[in-house]
Design a protein around this ligand. Structure first.
Ligand code: PHE
Length: 346
């Protein structure tokens, strides 16, 4: 019996030591605790056995069993603390390793439409030269779009304006921004009249890389006493120099025909991109940019201005066209498309 109790105690001790050494989780510690010092664990059965033992044995083994029990308790507590500390350290470490620089989706930023941006750029230029920005209606009467511009109903020039006529007789979508001419003249009370009128125009045309049925134009009109072609050319040149950021840009003038000006001119600008000729200027070094001329006396009269006292010039140009040249766009249709690579050039 004595031998057997001593053996049991040392077997339990060894078994406990090796199991606790191998334990890696809190769950395993709990299993070990129940097995050794649980209510019906192995230590309890040794204590039960001790109750049957002699007084001498009790004296001898009682303290040993107590020591064993204390050892088990202490070891379990120590391991438990060790595991908990380790777990906390791991949690802290993974919290610290959280990557706060992780990528997020960048939202696409909207921008002003290229036409709007270029119109604002043009407005800045003309305002800096003393012009006022004016607006004209897109739905227009035949009177302002044609008659007041010396284009009567039977004039062949009307055929060149592929007009969208409305169902309402006499109304149309303006084919050019020149409709602001007589309107502005009739409203003016002081001289000089100096206006820049950007806006949409409409033409019933076959669509291709350089033709749209709706596109923006800009109109410049200047009226005062003794206005000459020299004034017209100075304004045209300095406008183009500013727009293309080329201080020495030269212009070239050719005769052109528009019923509302006399003489009428086509104005070419020197290619802003080359000196020898490139694909933009089709190897000529020049690009056709403006229609212009001195305002026809009949147009001044239609605007209630006396052509014996006043004279003026007018210029018109395609805003899409000059934007395409400046920003390297080769198809006008991208402006009304979702083609972001082209639109983001602006
Ligand atoms: N309105 C003309 C066009 O659309 C351009 C122009 C304007 C020409 C002013 C001369 C003077 O083609």
């Amino acid at each position: 019996m004595a031998h057997s109790l001593a053996d049991q105690i040392s077997t339990i001790l060894h078994e406990f030591d090796s199991r606790i050494h191998a334990a890696t989780t809190l769950e395993q510690l709990e299993t070990i605790r129940i097995h050794f010092i649980g209510r019906s664990g192995v230590v309890s059965s040794v204590m039960d056995a001790l109750k049957q033992a002699s007084l001498e044995e009790k004296r001898l083994y009682g303290p040993q069993v107590n020591t064993l029990k204390n050892h088990i308790n202490e070891e379990l507590e120590r391991k438990k603390l060790e595991f908990i500390t380790h777990l906390q350290a791991q949690q802290e470490k993974s919290a610290r390793a959280f990557d706060v620089t992780a990528r997020i989706w960048q939202p696409l930023h909207g921008t002003l439409h290229p036409y709007t941006q270029v119109i604002q750029e043009l407005e800045d230029i003309f305002i800096s030269m003393g012009f006022a920005v004016v607006d004209g209606p897109e739905i227009e009467t035949a009177e302002y779009n044609f008659d007041a511009l010396n284009i009567p109903a039977d004039h062949p020039a009307r055929e060149h304006h592929d007009t969208f006529w409305l169902n309402v007789p006499g109304l149309l979508l303006r084919t050019h921004t020149s409709n602001v001419q007589a309107r502005t003249m009739r409203q003016a009370t002081t001289f000089p009249i100096a206006v820049f009128a950007p806006g949409r125009v409409f033409r019933n045309e076959a669509l291709d890389a350089s033709h749209e049925f709706m596109f923006p134009q800009g109109e410049i009109m200047f009226i005062d006493k003794n206005v000459s072609l020299a004034n017209l050319m100075a304004i045209a040149q300095s406008f183009l120099q500013k727009f293309f950021n080329k201080q020495d840009l030269k212009i070239r003038v050719r005769p052109g025909y528009f019923p509302f000006v006399e003489p009428g001119l086509e104005i070419d600008g020197q290619c802003p991109f080359c000196t020898q000729g490139c694909s933009v200027c089709k190897r000529t070094g020049w690009i056709e940019l403006l229609g212009a001329g001195l305002i026809h006396p009949r147009v001044l009269k239609a605007g209630s201005i006396d052509p014996e006292v006043y004279s003026g010039f007018a210029m018109g140009f395609g805003i899409a066209r000059i934007a395409m040249i400046k920003y390297g766009i080769n198809d006008i249709r991208v402006f009304h498309s979702n083609h972001l690579p082209s639109l983001q050039k602006f």
